[in-house]
Ligand binder design. Structure first.
Ligand code: FEO
Length: 173
């Protein structure tokens, strides 16, 4: 059993994870319109990951006899200006998610809620990996450029990364 306040914070985070999924779905659709199949596949794979994050929290609430309260998911804004701004916006978004996860850990620790603290550690580690991956992609786009052959190379690399995410999800299931 966890406190109502903790449950409410996890419910809010479920909404953020659902928004993240929606945000990535929007970027995937944008990449499709640019004919960047690899970029689109990567964002679509991220969409699936975010849904899985929301479900992980949903399951935790149920396991803890807490109430799941679903709320409206906001529409994501599109990102103009090409591939680089799409990934820069992604990093900014994930940094925001990291901050909210950290706030939840702070709350769990202050409430001596050891179970939720342990549960949230998975997300703390996940955010480190997510931010690092996006920083790496941004670094490569900045190094090689986001036009012509370079864009094709980045698109191919992201297609391969998307497959890895899919394999990871299949292994974790
Ligand atoms: Fe579920 Fe990308 O944080």
């Amino acid at each position: 059993m966890i406190s109502n306040e903790m449950a409410q914070r996890i419910n809010t985070q479920i909404n953020r994870e659902m928004y993240s999924a929606y945000f990535y779905l929007g970027l995937s659709a944008q990449a499709e319109t640019m004919n960047l199949k690899g970029v689109a596949a990567w964002f679509l794979a991220k969409h699936g990951e975010e849904l899985a994050h929301a479900l992980k929290m949903y399951r935790y609430l149920i396991d803890q006899d807490a109430r799941v309260q679903l709320s409206e998911v906001a529409a994501p804004a599109s990102v103009d200006g090409g591939v680089l701004p799409m990934f820069e916006r992604t990093l900014e978004h994930e940094r925001g998610v990291t901050a909210t996860i950290n706030e939840m850990v702070d709350f769990a620790l202050s409430a001596k809620d050891h179970a939720t603290n342990i549960f949230l550690q998975w997300f703390v580690t996940e955010q480190i990996e997510e931010e690092a991956t996006v920083k790496d992609i941004i670094g490569r786009v900045r190094l090689f450029g986001d036009q012509g052959q370079s864009l094709l190379m980045i698109d191919n690399e992201l297609a391969a990364l998307a497959k890895q995410i899919g394999q990871g999800a299949a292994t974790a299931a």
